[in-house]
Ligand binder design. Structure first.
Ligand SMILES: [Zn+2]
Length: 245
C-alpha cells in the first residue's frame, strides 16, 4: 500500500486520539466508585438483616410487656372488686377475712408483675438503642452511597464529555485520510489496540522491538510513500526524521 508520508504521519494523530479514547473507555470500566458501590450494597444488605433482627427483638418485648400489662390490669380489677366488697363490709366474717388474704396475695402478684414489666422495659430500652444504632448506620451508609453515586456520575459525565470531544476531532481527521489506509489502520487497531506507531531510533513504537539486519535494510530501501509494517506486531510503522534510518 502507498500513502504520502505526510498522510502517513497523520495516522499518528489518529492513533493518539484512539489511544485517548481507549484510555477513557478503560477509565469508565474501572471507576473506583464501582467497587465502592458494590461494597456499600453488601454492607447495606447486612445492615438491613441486622435491622430486621433488632426490630423483631423490640416487637417481641413490646408483646411481652403488653401481656404483662394486661395481667396487671386484671389483678387491679380484681383488687378493686375485693376492696369494694370489703368497704361494703357485708357478708360473713370468714368471707371478709378470705378477701383480705386474697388482697395480700393480689398485691404481691401485682408487685411481681410490675417488677417483671420494669425488667422487660429496661430490656426494651436496650433493644431500642440497638435498633436506633442500626438505623443510624443504615442512614450513614445510604448517605455515603449517594455521595459515591454522585462522584461516579460526575466522572461518567466527564468521560462522556472527553469522548465527545475526541470523537469530534477524530471524525474529520479520518475522513481526510485515504479510505484504504484508514481501513487497514482500523483493522490492525481492532486486533491489537493500536493501528500505527512511530518508528523511532530504529525501534517500532508499537511493540518496542528494535529493527536490525534484513528488517532494517527492508525499511531503509522502502519508498517514502510505501506503507511499511512491523514484522513483529504488524502495525503500520510511520517514518519521520527521528526514525533512525
Ligand atoms: Zn512492532
Amino acid at each position: 500500500m502507498k500513502a504520502d508520508p505526510k498522510v502517513q504521519r497523520r495516522l499518528l494523530d489518529l492513533a493518539a486520539i484512539d489511544t485517548a479514547l481507549a484510555q477513557l473507555a478503560h477509565r469508565r470500566r474501572s471507576l473506583p466508585e464501582r467497587a465502592e458501590l458494590e461494597a456499600l450494597a453488601r454492607e447495606l444488605s447486612a445492615l438491613e438483616d441486622e435491622r430486621v433482627r433488632a426490630q423483631v427483638a423490640v416487637d417481641d418485648l413490646d408483646r411481652d410487656i403488653a401481656r404483662l400489662e394486661k395481667d396487671v390490669d386484671q389483678v387491679r380489677a380484681r383488687k378493686n372488686k375485693d376492696e369494694a366488697r370489703l368497704a361494703a363490709g357485708t357478708g360473713p366474717a370468714r368471707e371478709l377475712e378470705a378477701l383480705q388474704h386474697e388482697l395480700v396475695s393480689l398485691n404481691r402478684r401485682q408487685s411481681d408483675l410490675e417488677d417483671a414489666e420494669l425488667e422487660l422495659m429496661e430490656q426494651r430500652e436496650t433493644a431500642q438503642s440497638v435498633l436506633d444504632g442500626v438505623e443510624q448506620r443504615i442512614a450513614a451508609a445510604r448517605e455515603k452511597r449517594a455521595a459515591v453515586e454522585q462522584r461516579r456520575d460526575d466522572s461518567l459525565a466527564e468521560i462522556a464529555r472527553d469522548e465527545e470531544f475526541k470523537r469530534g476531532a477524530r471524525g474529520p481527521l479520518a475522513a481526510d485520510l485515504p479510505d484504504d489506509l484508514v481501513t487497514l489502520y482500523d483493522r490492525i487497531r481492532t486486533d491489537s489496540g493500536l493501528g500505527a506507531a512511530l518508528l523511532t531510533g530504529g525501534r517500532c513504537g508499537g511493540c518496542r522491538l528494535e529493527l536490525y539486519g534484513a528488517d532494517l535494510a527492508r525499511i531503509r530501501k522502502a519508498d517514502p510513500d510505501d506503507v511499511v509494517r512491523c514484522e513483529e506486531c504488524r502495525r503500520i510503522m510511520v517514518r519521520t526524521n527521528e526514525s533512525g534510518l
